[in-house]
Design a protein around this ligand. Structure first.
Ligand code: ADP
Ligand code: MG
Length: 275
């Protein structure tokens, strides 16, 4: 990975022209190989000795301390831990939104910790879908248009209608966010995140603002995406009941991984969960 070599000779005026058109980032960074199922058992993420320290004035906050963790392709991972334990910091680093203070963040063998800003932008754009607690939909656009916003700039998107169908919202595609329930808005946010067909889907407290029955419908949507698209999915929650639907449960406390357990036996279906 690293910086692209400086273009020389006949390529220079062509790239200069792309830059003037604002397309430089698109042509400059194509650093990652597309993941293939046959690449297993290599992990999607291989995090090694990750630490993250925030400095606020004189105060040091050690958000992550020597986290080492490998996540196999296609898994549905639940990341559990109390508030302040470092879950969001870890997810943001995996998603290229933040960088560690030390350690390696290998994504299919490429170290995101050493990547420049342009490479991280390309990585986020092509490989990662994000879902947050609050849905961040554009109020003046319909459900379909919110999804289209992403598919228009993606390299190999699915049809926006298909993304909405996958989260069981095709009947609501012409509704505006204000005409949708919280759970429906979150499912539009999931459709938007997966419409570009990312290799990984990172979800930070996706059911945190929802009641139990709505939360379960959202989890069913994530379950279906993981099963039908094979998207490696990481879900942060402080709700331990959700662990029952995971392939792997990772627990964090005080910035450290305290346990990392692959499931033995069958996963529970989201609709069977109770809390
Ligand atoms: P969680 O998601 O498990 O609640 P976070 O990863 O958000 O935990 O936070 C871990 C610790 O790092 C907390 O003590 C939090 O206050 C601190 N922290 C997180 N982000 C920042 C930041 N941008 N600046 C300073 N401190 C931060
Ligand atoms: Mg958090």
């Amino acid at each position: 990975m690293g910086k692209s070599p400086r273009p020389t000779g006949w390529l220079t005026p062509i790239l200069g022209c792309f830059r003037r058109l604002g397309l430089a980032r698109r042509v400059q960074f194509v650093p990652f190989v597309e993941p293939r199922a046959s690449d297993s058992p290599a992990p999607v993420f291989d995090l090694r000795h990750l630490s993250k320290t925030y400095h606020i004035g004189e105060v040091e906050v050690r958000a992550l301390r020597d986290v080492t963790l490998a996540l196999p392709q296609g898994e549905f991972v639940v990341l559990l831990g109390p508030s302040g334990s470092g879950k969001s910091t870890l997810l943001n680093i995996m998603g290229g939104l933040d960088v560690p203070s030390s350690g390696e963040v290998l994504y299919h063998g490429e170290d995101l910790a050493q990547a420049d800003e342009g490479t991280l932008t390309a990585y986020r754009r092509r490989h990662v879908g994000f879902v947050f607690q609050f849905y961040n939909l554009i109020p003046s656009l319909t459900a379909l248009e919110n999804v289209q916003l992403v598919t228009e700039i993606a390299t190999a998107p699915m049809a926006p209608e298909d993304a909405l169908r996958l989260v069981d919202l095709d009947a609501r595609r012409d509704h505006f966010p204000a005409q949708l329930s919280g759970g429906e808005q979150q499912r539009v946010a999931i459709a938007r995140a997966i419409a570009k067909q990312p290799a990984v889907l990172l979800c930070d407290e996706p059911t945190g603002a929802l009641d139990i029955s709505t939360g379960i419908v959202v989890l069913e949507a994530l379950e279906r995406v993981n099963a039908e698209l094979g998207t490696t999915t990481v879900v942060i929650t402080h709700n331990a009941a959700i662990a029952a639907m995971a392939d792997r449960v990772v627990r964090l406390a005080d910035g450290r991984v305290t346990s990392n357990q692959p499931r033995e036996g069958a996963r529970m279906a989201a609709r069977e969960l109770t809390w």
